[in-house]
Design a protein around this ligand. Structure first.
Ligand SMILES: Nc1nc2c(ncn2[C@@H]2O[C@H](COP(=O)(O)OP(=O)(O)OP(=O)(O)O)[C@@H](O)[C@H]2O)c(=O)[nH]1
Ligand SMILES: [Zn+2]
Length: 397
């Protein structure tokens, strides 16, 4: 009886809390003169914590769980396990108190056996919905966070209840550079670089173990791989939580911050020994939606865009703000491997400024000039083309 009562009270508390949040959200949205739509309602954010073996992922997780905040956080540990049935711990922090439940994940690994097990784990989690309002997922040190991210990002079944908020990659200051520059015999991209390439936030952890000089080297290398992610330096993964949670890195709300970021993106000279780089370019004018899809699909699906050495361009992550013909709003482009999405942001183009397409691509064998030229010739519909056409027309007449 007491338990039932407690549950009822909690439900009411939750309901009131949510109603209040929604109200605040609505007022704020109005204040911003409808520049922003309200957040994704009652959906629960998932933050993926990745990083090489021993970098400090669990330390970060524990730090978030014990740090004072109003969130009740559920944790999924995605570790390789021995045997066929491995139990995963699910910790929920409630008002600073931790309690653990066990979640069965057959065959262990969420990323290799992807969907079935992952979905089951989340379904189990969702049954406990109401107990928590944030999910943190720690991947194994060797995992490819892209596969896990794809599962949360565009999955209709899951999409109802949860959304991918962002990817945090923890890098070990001492061994990070070694891991990032490691060459794999089969010419594949090493795991550490992949994890950095996909990150929205990069935590350079264990800064107590290295000199300022080594730290600088590591920072520069990370920057040259991923020019877009936010880099933070930490000890014991202690970080201001507002920097790592509730980022909305994968939804249209991030369009606002993305625009600012894209305008101030530094040009970074790629390291010669670096296989993954960030390429950014800007093209004024309107994009034809169909051609934009074709451009992206050629890159991500067909993989038929090549650089000067005839190597195939491999895109790991793609972000951009584009101007689609006849659409008053800015459109955000997001891509992780083969998955991509175009979504209108709440921000409209201003009448007094030129419409511009800004793209950021993180990947291998990328050639900025070729990509930009391809975009100009195949995607944009500029005034110039119209003028030329018109002139030719007149000459013809
Ligand atoms: N010196 C130092 N040690 C740290 C720091 N952060 C974490 N550690 C230690 O590094 C070790 C690995 O940390 P974890 O948080 O378990 O790393 P992880 O990434 O979860 O490791 P795996 O799950 O095994 O891949 C632990 O012994 C931590 O106490 C730091 O900032 N400085
Ligand atoms: Zn761990």
């Amino acid at each position: 009886m007491v338990v039932v009562l407690e549950n009822t009270i909690k439900k009411w508390e939750k309901y009131l809390e949510r109603t209040f949040k929604e109200l605040v959200c609505k007022i704020t949205a109005k204040r911003r003169e409808q520049e922003e739509k309200p957040g994704p309602g009652a959906k629960i954010p998932v933050t993926i914590i990745t990083g090489y073996l021993g970098a400090g992922k669990t330390t970060l997780l524990n730090y978030i769980l014990t740090e004072q905040h109003s969130k009740r956080v559920a944790v999924i540990l995605n570790e390789f396990g021995e045997g066929s049935a491995v139990e995963k711990s699910l910790a929920v922090s409630q008002g600073g108190e931790l309690y653990e439940e066990w979640l069965e994940l057959r065959n262990g690994c969420l990323c290799c056996s992807v969907k079935d097990n992952g979905l089951r784990a989340i379904e189990n989690l969702m049954q406990k919905k109401g107990k928590f309002d944030y999910i943190l997922l720690e991947t194994t040190g060797l995992a490819d966070p892209g596969a896990v991210a794809s599962m949360f990002w565009i999955d209709d079944e899951l999409g109802v209840d949860i959304y991918l908020d962002g990817i945090i990659t923890v890098v070990d200051s001492k061994y990070g550079l070694k891991h990032l520059t490691e060459e794999k015999p089969d010419g594949l991209i090493n795991e550490a670089s992949r994890q950095v390439a996909l990150a929205d936030i990069i935590l350079i952890n264990k800064t107590d173990l290295v000199s300022e000089e080594d730290l600088n080297k590591l920072r520069t290398t990370i920057r040259s791989i991923n020019g877009l992610g936010k880099i933070l330096e930490t000890q014991r993964s202690r970080v201001d939580l507002s920097n790592v949670l509730d980022l909305h890195a994968f939804d249209s709300l991030s369009g606002i911050s993305l625009q600012k970021k894209l305008q101030h993106l530094p040009t970074i000279q790629p390291h010669l020994d670096q296989s993954i780089i960030t390429v950014t370019f800007e093209v004024p004018g309107n994009a034809k939606e169909e051609s934009l899809n074709e451009f992206i699909q050629n890159l991500l699906w067909e993989k038929n865009v090549r650089n000067k050495d005839d190597d195939c361009m491999e895109v790991i992550r793609l972000k951009g703000l584009v101007s689609i013909k006849d659409k008053p709003q800015q459109v955000i482009v997001q891509g992780v491997y083969e998955l991509y999405d175009l979504e209108e942001t709440p921000v409209s183009w201003r009448d007094d400024t030129e419409r511009t397409n800004r793209l950021v691509l993180i990947g291998r064998n990328l050639d900025k000039d070729i990509l930009k030229q391809l975009f100009i010739t195949t995607v944009t519909e500029t005034e110039k083309q119209w003028t030329t056409y018109f002139k030719e027309d007149q000459v013809y007449l």
